[in-house]
Design a protein around this ligand. Structure first.
Ligand SMILES: Nc1ncnc2c1ncn2[C@@H]1O[C@H](COP(=O)(O)OP(=O)(O)OP(=O)(O)O)[C@@H](O)[C@H]1O
Ligand SMILES: [Mg+2]
Length: 245
């Protein structure tokens, strides 16, 4: 039994499938990149796993438990957390307060303030925002805001991390730092990572396996080198963005 197993997952908005009968198996400890042109259904697929946008049909089993039909906070409690492509942050609140909000979501019971604080501080330290824990989020730059989103996802010891474009817009040094952090999360915390990314440099250096979506369908699945030289993949990118991945 795979750690995570998707069977014929479909998500429709109105009549149109954004994700169309996707089958996917992910092993524990994998770092898997999910790539594809804009609108391919990547975010929708992650949200179907997290329960934020429930699948219309199909099955998602996580460590043997069926996730389709479960509320997002229940999925979170089972150990799946997500860093959103467009996170909502509370600008006037401090870094710690923001992560504490994430820490109280999906707990077995309502965490005490002390528990939420200590879980938040652990995640904040892990992403390197410790010195800024008491500062308002409004003062953070893009890179720090992305690390804040990662801290929110890492809080409370998840087992599967879903990351949606957490590296977009970063410079080379920031990118290297983010890549190292995700790798450390896997190596030291045993996390499994499914990570949507357009930044190919990051995909090539971090991912062990790459899955490509196109028009909601699974187009390719293999090592980064295999997938990036796959004719259908190159064509999908050429057809939509004018640039090879
Ligand atoms: N809430 C929604 N309501 C209606 N249609 C939606 C909704 N969310 C996504 N879609 C549509 O579903 C398709 C897939 O969108 P999705 O955001 O999953 O793509 P994506 O691969 O994440 O793209 P990007 O790389 O631009 O983030 C698109 O056609 C999009 O317009
Ligand atoms: Mg997206």
């Amino acid at each position: 039994m795979a750690f995570l197993e998707l069977q014929a997952i479909r998500k429709k908005f109105g009549g149109l499938p954004a994700v169309d009968r996707v089958d996917l198996e992910v092993d524990e400890g994998e770092i898997l990149a999910l790539v594809g042109p804009n609108g391919a259904g990547k975010s929708t697929l992650l949200k179907a796993i997290s329960g934020m946008q429930p699948a219309t049909s199909g099955s998602i089993r996580f460590d043997g438990v069926e996730l389709v039909g479960l509320q997002p906070h229940v999925v979170r409690r089972l150990g799946i957390s997500m860093a959103l492509q467009h996170p909502r942050v509370f600008d006037s609140m401090t870094v710690r307060e923001n992560v504490m909000v994430a820490a109280t979501f999906g707990g077995e019971r309502r965490a005490t303030e002390g528990e939420a604080r200590s879980a938040a501080d652990d995640a904040i330290e892990f992403v390197g925002l410790g010195p800024r824990a008491d500062l308002p989020v409004a003062g953070l730059n893009l890179h720090q805001k992305r690390f804040l989103a990662m801290a929110g996802a890492l809080v409370g010891a998840p087992r599967l991390l879903l990351l949606d474009e957490v590296m977009a817009g970063l410079n080379d040094a920031e990118l290297d730092e983010s890549i190292a952090m995700v790798r450390t999360a896997r190596d030291e915390r045993g996390l499994t990572v499914i990570w949507v990314e357009h930044v190919m440099k990051a995909v090539m250096s971090l991912a062990e396996r790459v899955v490509v979506l196109n028009f909601g369908r699974l187009l390719a699945d293999g090592t980064p080198a295999e997938v990036m030289t796959d004719e259908a993949v190159v064509e999908a990118y050429l057809g939509t963005t004018g640039a090879a991945p």
